[in-house]
Design a protein around this ligand. Sequence first.
Ligand SMILES: [Zn+2]
Ligand SMILES: [Zn+2]
Ligand SMILES: [Zn+2]
Length: 366
Amino acid sequence: MSPTNILQLLQRLEVLIIIAASIAVILTVIIMLRKGRGEKRSSAFEEELDSIKVTSGLEEAVGEEKPAPVEKGAGELSEEELSKLEARVIESLMIRGALRPLPIPGSKEGGHYPELAGVSEKDAQRVIRGLLEKGLVIEAEREFSAVACPICGSCMQVAFISCRNCGSFKVEETRYYRHTCGYIGPESSFKTKLGFICPYCRGTENIEAYYRRYRCPDCGAEFEEPNIAFRCGSCGSLYDEQTMEIKPFRRIESSREMLAEYEKVSNAVNKQIELLKQRGYEVERPVSLVGESGVIHKFDAVAKRDDETIAVVSSLGEPLTQVLIRLGVARSDLKLSKIILVTNNKPTATEREFARSLGIEIVEAA
Ligand SMILES: [Zn+2]
Ligand SMILES: [Zn+2]
Ligand SMILES: [Zn+2]
């Protein structure tokens, strides 16, 4: 490499360092903004909590007992378990083409993807988010929406009818029946010891439910549609159709092209790992390593032989220069001998040169 080339490379590196620094600043700002938003949201929830009225009648009817709060610690799969799960989901996406959510009656979650059965909602979301970020899947249309508690988000609830006028839970219903002769009357007018008989023509055939009316014994109001109220089975809060949360469940569709790219890259990664094993390296996969800076770096595999440590990492779609900057930092932070980057991107001559200067070998997935 001639001195002018080195000078050019250094100038380029200077520019790249500035870019990396700007990325770090932007990320910090985003994290701070997110935190701020989170706080605002919880205070909004508190306001809602205050605005929800609790009727003493219902309190007696339902009892004071509150179910245990949402368990913590759930939804914490290790990085390794998570990537195994991701591989399993990708496999079924290749076969079925989509993840279809199903409602789960009586559950806090309200619904789940069968492919992610047995996995906590939090971990399931981590996997799906990961797939979305890699461009392997897209969020398709809504399959259904579940009613969720506005305080804790649980979909486990009991639904009650209440008075539209005064909020009482003592509302009673009256069914009206109709006979083919034209007579319409409340259930009581048809009921006899001998069964259902039309009070007008004494007929017993073809008597059918016509409509229902509701009456509140507390305020005397009558209405055709009662108010629906919910008691949360997780936190005990009371909410109604106005305050309920709507929890959408969407179908997750695979992007066929990206899955094919993914397969190409992961085959190439496997090939690299095989080569390293053949050369006597001990290979672990996937691996997260903590650098001197305390930053965690993730790799598809890490190969060790004596004092030598080689990391294998794959990149899908992400701009190469960006990946190289990140890997350059990781390499010096971890004092790695070399990094093998498997990518579906075709590197430019400049990118190749840049990679070489950082001790990174680029392998193109064929
Ligand atoms: Zn009433
Ligand atoms: Zn009749
Ligand atoms: Zn709740």
